[in-house]
Design a protein around this ligand. Sequence first.
Ligand SMILES: Nc1nc2c(ncn2[C@@H]2O[C@H](COP(=O)(O)OP(=O)(O)OP(=O)(O)O)[C@@H](O)[C@H]2O)c(=O)[nH]1
Ligand SMILES: [Mg+2]
Ligand SMILES: [Zn+2]
Length: 361
Amino acid sequence: MTQVENSMNEVLIKLGLVPFFSQQLTDFSVVEKRLGRVVSVQRSVVSVACTDQKRNVGLTVNLQQADALQRPTVGDWVILDETGSRVEQVLARKSLFKRIGSGSTTQFQPVAANIDLVFIVTSCNDEFNASRLERYLALCSEAGAVPVIVLTKIDLTDDAGSYIAQARSVQSGVAVEGVNAFDQSTLDGLKGWIEANATIALVGSSGVGKSTLLNALAEEALAATGAIREDDKKGRHTTTHRELYSLPSGGLIIDVPGMRELRIADVDEALGHVFGDIEQYAPECQFSDCRHMKEPGCAVLAAIEDGQLDRRRLDSYHKLMRESVLATSSLAEKRAKDRDFGKMVKGAKRFKEQAGRSDDV
Ligand SMILES: Nc1nc2c(ncn2[C@@H]2O[C@H](COP(=O)(O)OP(=O)(O)OP(=O)(O)O)[C@@H](O)[C@H]2O)c(=O)[nH]1
Ligand SMILES: [Mg+2]
Ligand SMILES: [Zn+2]
């Protein structure tokens, strides 16, 4: 047996350990007590599931000072320091679902690491919105995870079929599963997606039923749920932190609080996947750099004229592209500013050190 195979401890395998991670180990003695998976992060406390127990630990100074994307997040595989009280290293990730912080923070924030699938949860009521689904699908494609659109509350409508058809039209080839979380017989299709030891993130607006779905899949009340507002069907942000749960039947689920605002950046390529139906016409456009706005000989506009493409799709494509490009450049600007600021601080430090030395002479 190789060292990598040897390090594939059974408890850790159930937590989703695959050779992609164990191959990164240089010291295999860490497997016993110092290798683990991040279950939750609350302020400065990181909860890590190891072979023997769950440990609440802090971060080494290096990690405390690291960029938000480099710090451990839910789903990460980490190595603790020798005292077992701090995360020392975050192993390279297989996938990462990230978003831009809400409010004025133009910075990427990690949402869930090392996920295989994302269940994009939406419900059969006023919350349903095709353009929002397109946003989630772009982030999911960028994350490197397979999306499944889950339509909850099929029991509350007479027309689940039309919701399902609309959801199917947002990206060809993406699976759509309709469920009533309170009826196990409707969950079989969705369960078919959950492979043993695979990790799934549940994302979607507040109140769509993510935690209810987690409880239904686990057949156990693992997470708190809360009623939505009757007037506008909005949720009340019942789940307040991200957490990784193990399903008794195998598989791991990360429950994520409802997202208020879903800004995107750096997803130009991912949008090409989500809007494959639009991009398939692009090679036929008269101009190779056609933006499908008003250009003559545009095959995309012609497809809309012919009724083969939905106008809403093209509008959404333009809107998301614009947003992604703008946000990407403002992120780049911010990074450059941070770099300049970093240089200035370093320069000032050096100046001080030199001044200190000359004082010594
Ligand atoms: N009838 C019906 N109600 C559902 C279904 N799924 C969820 N609900 C209800 O929807 C409400 C919101 O469910 P939650 O699971 O708390 O929603 P959430 O997505 O986790 O919300 P946040 O934690 O705020 O992001 C609860 O009252 C659930 O009982 C369903 O399939 N059918
Ligand atoms: Mg919840
Ligand atoms: Zn065109």
